[in-house]
Design a protein around this ligand. Structure first.
Ligand code: GLN
Length: 182
């Protein structure tokens, strides 16, 4: 987990419950030997500054481009977009739901992830949505026509916070990708 800022501890709890051994990443050296990457929710400007300060941008790009299964949530989705790490061919719109809808919960069905089960009880907190995306990006869920869950190859990104609701299915998807690679 990228642990410069944000709610990485909540992700760590979900991952540990699934039997994984999460590690906090704060410097390039911490990326050594990782099987998967989580970029948590938080504040994307602060996270960007931390990435610059630590010289993490290129090492993170190398890790994800080499096929490492990656999950980004909320600010994590923003960090993956064209204007930030440029790993997902999307343009995220920050705080997209506006003031009145700053924070809300919604039932979201994410295509191909735990689909046979109930929808996600998705918690949105000053969440982004995907404003525009390239052809290789698959939209897995939307709210009122705005994409809030997308996948591109080894990368899954959602605008909501699955770790707050304690729903482990997105993290389980990530670990399943790791097993498929092994
Ligand atoms: N609004 C935040 C940002 O733009 C993201 C919010 C979140 O991660 N919960 O960075």
């Amino acid at each position: 987990m990228l642990a410069l800022q944000g709610d990485f501890e909540a992700h760590a709890r979900v991952l540990m419950e699934l039997g994984a051994a999460p590690r906090e990443v704060r410097t390039p050296a911490h990326l050594e030997g990782l099987d998967a990457l989580v970029i948590p929710g938080g504040e994307s400007t602060t996270m960007t500054l931390g990435i610059e300060r630590e010289g993490l941008a290129e090492p993170l790009r190398d890790l994800v481009r080499s096929g490492t299964p990656t999950l980004g949530t909320c600010a994590g989705l923003i960090m993956l977009d064209r204007e930030h790490l440029d790993l997902l061919d999307v343009r995220a719109r920050r705080n997209a739901f506006g003031r009145q809808l700053a924070s809300f919960e919604s039932e979201v069905q994410v295509e191909g992830v735990g689909e046979a089960d109930s929808p996600f009880r998705a918690v949105f907190i000053r969440a982004p949505w995907v404003e525009e995306h390239g052809e290789e990006v698959e939209v897995l869920a939307d709210v009122d026509g705005h994409p809030v869950a997308v996948r591109q190859g080894n990368i899954l990104a959602v605008a909501f916070h699955p770790e707050i609701a304690g729903d482990p299915r997105l993290h389980a998807w990530l670990l399943e990708k790791v097993r498929q690679k092994a």
